[in-house]
Ligand binder design. Structure first.
Ligand SMILES: O=C/C=C/C(C(=O)O)=C(/O)C(=O)O
Ligand SMILES: [Fe+2]
Length: 297
């Protein structure tokens, strides 16, 4: 069993690098950390050097990364994955530098999502210079797509320490690796993919202020403001360039009594199981089947 200690970053291709960075800073509110590396832009939300990297090239996710404790744990993870039949590749020192990590390995999950395990992700001591006052406090979670959510849960909970916090039928499984209700989720999709990246904001007011800001700037709101019954978080999903969906959310549940928590099973066909406020949905998460028929636009 490989222990994930945190999420680390998402690395994504950007056909229009400058446009992707402009949106991430001026609209989302992340900091552009200028690393002086041509063709790569690092975006920061919290203490981590970055949690999102855009690499000039074809649009689409390149890797989703998780931290393990130390180089010994990384070496054990490498062996364990190989034993389980995965092809694991060690990143070169140059690739590790670009990711601002000490070392990393990469492999494809059973559905083709490229995953990187890292150690020594760089921390920046200075405060985040947010591109805009969106209230972002933290890179909250990342959500992957897979055609078989139960199988994805089996993979993440047997190879890794991920535990199901809640299920949404066979359409989604929200998983925790620490006290936070979920830092990883898998949504049913036709193939591999990145469903969305989440940023936590400091106040409920930030969600609504950001909603107005996004509308004023003609950003496509995909869903929200609303409230998820699973984590209890107030959410807002919106579409950025390169097909990347962002989420702001406030008030995610923490599971402090690990022994007492039982995952719950929500029926996606039941009104309120995605949004307790029963709000209209423009484009539900990318997975139309998640949203009850009556709520689809
Ligand atoms: O559709 C349900 C999504 C639930 C949540 C939550 O409970 O916070 C998410 O943010 C998510 O899985 O992305
Ligand atoms: Fe989310």
């Amino acid at each position: 069993m490989i222990e994930l200690v945190d999420i680390a970053y998402v690395r994504s291709g950007a056909a229009d690098l400058a446009g992707a960075v402009r949106f991430a800073t001026d609209v989302v509110g992340l900091e552009h950390v200028d690393g002086g590396e041509p063709g790569v832009a690092h975006l920061r939300a919290d203490g981590r050097h970055h949690c999102l990297a855009f690499v000039e090239g074809a649009s689409g996710v390149i890797a989703s990364a998780f931290a393990v404790a130390d180089p010994g744990a990384l070496a054990l993870a490498e062996t364990e994955l190989e034993t389980r039949g995965f092809t694991v590749r060690r990143g070169s020192p140059e690739e590790a530098r670009s990711r601002r990590v000490g070392e990393f390995v990469g492999f494809d999950d059973p559905f083709g999502n490229h995953i990187e395990l890292v150690v020594g992700q760089q921390t920046l001591a200075r405060p985040v210079r947010h591109g805009r006052g969106a209230g972002i406090t933290e890179f909250g979670h990342l959500c992957l797509d897979a055609p078989d959510v139960a199988e994805a849960h089996r993979f993440w909970s047997t190879t890794f320490n991920a535990r199901a916090s809640d299920w949404i039928g066979d359409a989604a499984c929200l998983m925790r690796i620490d006290e936070v209700h979920h830092k990883l989720a898998v949504f049913r999709g036709d193939g591999p993919g990145l469903c969305h990246v989440n940023f936590q904001v400091a106040e409920l007011d930030d969600v609504f202020r950001n909603w107005h800001h996004l509308q004023d700037h003609d950003v496509v709101i995909e869903m929200g403001p609303g409230r998820h019954p699973q984590s209890g978080a107030v959410f807002l999903y919106f579409l950025g360039p390169e097909g990347l969906t962002y989420e702001y959310s406030y008030g995610v549940r923490r599971i402090t009594d690990e022994a007492a928590w039982r995952p719950r099973f929500f029926d996606p066909a039941e009104p309120g199981s995605i949004d307790m406020w029963l709000g209209p949905t423009q484009k539900p998460l990318t997975q139309p089947q998640l949203v009850p028929e009556g709520l689809r636009s």
